[in-house]
Design a binder for this molecule. Structure first.
Ligand code: 1GP
Length: 246
C-alpha cells in the first residue's frame, strides 16, 4: 500500500504539475484495456467508485486493477461501505456543498472503525457538487442541491470553509456525465482562494476541456464517463494534462 499520495499531490502542486485521475465505475468495468492505456500514458491515479453498485463488483474491480497496475488506487466512495484494503487511499468525502447531515458527518461515524481497520491513507476531502445543466446521479442520490453554476462566491466560501475545517483536498464535481463541466471562472476563483489541492471532475470529455480546467487552476483532473465510451481518449487527455505549463 502506497501511503504517500497526499505528499505527492502537494509536491506536484508546488511544482505546478497537473495530475490525471481516471475514474472507474465498478458497475461498468468490463475490460482491463483502460488499465493498459493508463499504464502506457502515465496516468497518476486510478479512482474507483460509483453512486450505485448493482453487481457487487467493487472489491473484484479493485483487485483486478491492482493486479494490472502500480498506479495508486484511490477509492472514491459512492457510499460509506465502499472500502477495500486493496486500494492505496480513500477520498473521505464530506459533502460540504449540501446540507444533508448524514453526508457531512453521519455516515463517517458509522464507517470510522472500518476505515481505520483498512489502514488506507485517508484523504479528507471537501466534496462540492456544482450544478451542471441537468440533475446528476450524485445530487439525486445525496438528496442535496448542487451549488448554482453562476454562484462563484458561494463556491469560494464553501471551499474556504472546508480548508479552514482542516480538510486536505477540495473536489469540485459537476457530476458524472455532466452536461456542462465546471466553468473556468469558478475554478479560477476557488483555486485562488484556497491553498490545498483542488480536484475537478464531471463532464470533461476532451483534452481541450481538461486543459481549460488545468489553466483555471485545477490540480487533479478526473475523467470517467468519456473514457468509458472511448478508452483511447486516455492518451490525448494525459498528454494535454501532463504537458500543461503555467
Ligand atoms: C464524477 O467527477 C467524476 O464524479 C467524473 O465525471 O464521469 O463525467 O468524467 P465524468
Amino acid at each position: 500500500m502506497q501511503k504517500k499520495n497526499y505528499e505527492n499531490i502537494v509536491k506536484n502542486k508546488g511544482k505546478g504539475k497537473k495530475l490525471f485521475a481516471v475514474l472507474i465505475d465498478p458497475d461498468k468495468f468490463e475490460s482491463t484495456e483502460v488499465i493498459t492505456n493508463a499504464n502506457r500514458e502515465g496516468v497518476d491515479f486510478i479512482m474507483v467508485g460509483g453512486s450505485i453498485l448493482s453487481n457487487g463488483n467493487f472489491e473484484k474491480c479493485i483487485q483486478t486493477v491492482k493486479k494490472n497496475t502500480s498506479i495508486p488506487i484511490l477509492i472514491f466512495p459512492g457510499n460509506h461501505l465502499q472500502i477495500s484494503k486493496n486500494a492505496d487511499a480513500i477520498l473521505l468525502l464530506s459533502l460540504i456543498s449540501g446540507r444533508n447531515p448524514e453526508l457531512l458527518i453521519g455516515k463517517h461515524v458509522i464507517s470510522a472503525p472500518l476505515v481505520k481497520a483498512s489502514q488506507l491513507e485517508i484523504l479528507s476531502t471537501g466534496y462540492m457538487l456544482i450544478e451542471s445543466g441537468k440533475q446528476t446521479a450524485a445530487s439525486y442520490i445525496s438528496n442535496t442541491n448542487p451549488i448554482p453554476a453562476d454562484k462563484n462566491d458561494i463556491a469560494v466560501c464553501t471551499a474556504m470553509a472546508g480548508e479552514q475545517l482542516g480538510l486536505k483536498l477540495i473536489y469540485m464535481d459537476a457530476g458524472s456525465g455532466a452536461q456542462n463541466p465546471i466553468n473556468e471562472a469558478m475554478i479560477k476563483k476557488v483555486s485562488k482562494n484556497i491553498s490545498i489541492p483542488l480536484i475537478v471532475g464531471g463532464g470533461i470529455d476532451s483534452p481541450q476541456k481538461a486543459l481549460l480546467a488545468c489553466k483555471a487552476g485545477a490540480d487533479i483532473i478526473v475523467v470517467g464517463n468519456a473514457i468509458e465510451k472511448n478508452v483511447s481518449l486516455i492518451e490525448s487527455i494525459a498528454k494535454a494534462i501532463h504537458s500543461y505549463k503555467k
